[in-house]
Design a protein around this ligand. Structure first.
Ligand SMILES: Nc1ncnc2c1ncn2[C@@H]1O[C@H](COP(=O)(O)OP(=O)(O)OP(=O)(O)O)[C@@H](O)[C@H]1O
Length: 551
């Protein structure tokens, strides 16, 4: 009904008509919430009204309306029409129907010729709440002018749609701010209560670019409070390796705006762009500490309105990759595996002795038709009862070395004079049979396996708390370089805990999931369900894995 009525109105009266109808609608919402909302849902107009009410321009209009009403109540003036009992709705509709009213102010006619250098001024009224305003300001040191430097995506200023980067800030609450220090402007804002009035000269060169968000996985840690080059530390957003970031604004080549996912904050924070972060990494890499931080004082100020089995040797001392030169962000996209596609490779990572192999064996035993491990290659002679292709691929030393030279092995090593290795071909064989291939490898091998074909899903098997580790492994046996099947010693436990922490700290950006191996049965069940999810539910993967070879 509402939309039909709105459609019948001539274009000039649509806004007026909408405003006129809003008052009663609010009242009805409040009076009969359940029944009325239920009825509204079936009306076509409800959708339109909902969209309209979310529009920034209408919100701004309603805020102005609210402020004027407050002003009217607080200071009735004989010169204003609504002070004489005429409602604000009537004032807005007065252009046509009530234009002849005696109560209307008589405005001087527009001059025939407007001076060309006349600048439009915009008055912006924002209601102070507990959120930051979501804009930064900076001073032009030559002219003393204060500008809006940045409008933070999703913040109050952004949602109002009334403040834009490059707008010249002329007055705050009626006081001129020209030539003032940005910190002083912030002081005025912090000390003022209720609504805040900004007088700005809009940036005429402003272009509104509607950017699509880009999703990135952080491959490095970042803390704005430790970065003196950030234009406004208060607006910065800290992140750690592995965090998923929704980058909502890349218009500035140096400082992007992003939110962490899953989305908690309604507004974005400043993060360094990929090129910016890369150059910071390079600076650190070349080790010129005096040149790293050149900017001593932030130049923008954030406006805040209030406050076979061999023991594995985990290598954790070397860097996973060359951090200084690798990309600080990895663009990702949601991927849902199609039923006709190969399953994603499952990689289990963990400190030696944490139980990676035990969990892998249990999963395969639990459901051998679904889960399988790749058949390893070896140069040792075949034993009685063994079958080539089932227990091992028994190959000659020459063939093994040829495969090494051709990078066919994910990992290989020597034990008692014989070579053993896990090949990429053996992984492919499992996947081609439609099974889920599960492997456990050393952390650095992740890099070799991160490919478009395998789309690996990495699960970190984490050590439980020190107490639970000792309790649960009381009867467990381990294989070491020197002894087969001996009980864990206190030294083993300490080493296991330390290595587990180091692996997590260095490789967490590659982990898709973490399973704490406390109770073996529980860990196995948890692993099983995570693996099913990895294959059947949408997951974030590097965009590059979704591109074809030519791209
Ligand atoms: N949650 C658990 N509770 C009790 N015992 C466990 C648990 N997880 C593993 N174990 C036992 O700990 C021992 C070491 O486990 P496992 O062989 O799987 O280690 P690993 O992580 O593969 O390390 P490595 O490759 O060095 O052998 C095994 O005896 C295993 O049965």
């Amino acid at each position: 009904q509402f939309s039909q009525w709105l459609e019948l109105l001539p274009p000039s009266k649509k806004v007026t008509g909408l405003i006129l109808s809003l008052g009663p609608l609010w009242v009805e919402f409040a009076s009969f919430p359940c029944a009325y909302l239920g009825l509204l849902r079936v009306l076509r107009g409800a959708q339109i009204l909902h969209e309209l009410l979310r529009a920034p321009w209408l919100r701004a209009l309603l805020r102005i309306y609210e402020s004027l009403l407050q002003f009217q109540r607080a200071a009735p003036s004989p010169f204003l029409p609504y002070a004489s009992g005429l409602s604000f709705e009537a004032l807005l509709s007065s252009h046509d129907s009530v234009a002849q009213s005696d109560y209307l102010p008589v405005l001087p006619p527009l001059p025939e010729e407007l001076p060309e250098d006349e600048e439009a001024v915009r008055i912006v009224c924002l209601v102070k709440n507990n959120q930051p305003l979501g804009a930064t300001i900076k001073k032009d040191e030559e002219t003393g002018d204060i500008y809006i430097a940045r409008v933070i995506h999703g913040g109050l200023a952004d949602r109002s749609g009334l403040l834009h980067p490059g707008d010249l800030l002329v007055e705050v609450n009626g006081s001129s701010v020209v030539g003032m220090d940005p910190e002083k402007v912030i002081q005025i804002l912090t000390s003022s209560k209720g609504t805040i009035l900004f007088k700005v000269i809009p940036n005429s060169a402003q272009v509104s670019i509607n950017q699509k968000p880009v999703y990135m996985r952080a491959m490095v840690d970042y803390c704005p409070l430790q970065d003196s080059s950030i234009p406004c530390p208060d607006a910065g957003m800290a992140f750690s390796r592995g965090d998923l970031l929704e980058v909502v604004d890349q218009s500035d080549g140096q400082w992007w705006q992003a939110r962490k996912l899953p989305c908690g904050a309604s507004f974005a924070g400043l993060i360094p762009s990929a090129s910016m972060l890369k150059s910071k990494q390079k600076e650190q890499w070349w080790g010129h500490p005096l040149q790293v931080h050149t900017c001593i004082r932030p130049c923008e100020v954030f406006i805040i309105l209030s406050n076979d089995k061999k023991r594995r040797q985990s290598c954790t001392s070397c860097s996973p990759n060359n951090n200084a030169l690798s990309s600080p962000y990895e663009e990702v996209a949601l991927y849902q595996r199609l039923s006709q596609e190969n399953h994603r490779l499952i990689i289990l990572i963990g400190a030696s002795g944490v139980g990676v192999n035990e969990l892998r064996k249990r999963l395969i035993k639990l459901n051998p038709s679904t889960f399988q491990g790749p058949v390893p290659h070896t140069t040792r002679p075949i034993k009685e009862g063994e079958q080539t292709g089932r227990d091992y691929h028994f190959v000659t030393k020459e063939l093994f070395e040829y495969m090494v030279c051709n990078h066919r092995f994910v990992e290989y090593g020597e034990n008692k004079g014989h070579l053993y290795g896990t090949s990429l071909d053996a992984i492919d064989e499992v996947l081609k049979q439609g099974q889920i291939c599960i492997i456990d490898v050393e952390p650095p091998s992740i890099h070799l396996l991160r490919s478009r074909n395998l789309k690996p899903y990495v699960i970190f098997i984490k050590a439980p708390s020190p107490e639970r580790l000792r309790q649960t492994r009381r009867n467990a046996r381990i294989i070491t370089n020197y002894a087969i099947n001996r009980a864990f010693t206190e030294e083993d436990f300490s080493e296991l805990e330390e290595t587990s922490q180091l692996i997590e700290a260095k490789y967490k950006q590659y982990f898709d999931s973490i399973v704490v191996n406390d109770d073996l049965q529980d860990a196995c069940m948890q692993l099983c369900s995570i693996i099913q999810q990895s294959q059947n539910e949408p997951q974030w993967i590097p965009v590059i894995w979704l591109q074809t070879e030519e791209e």
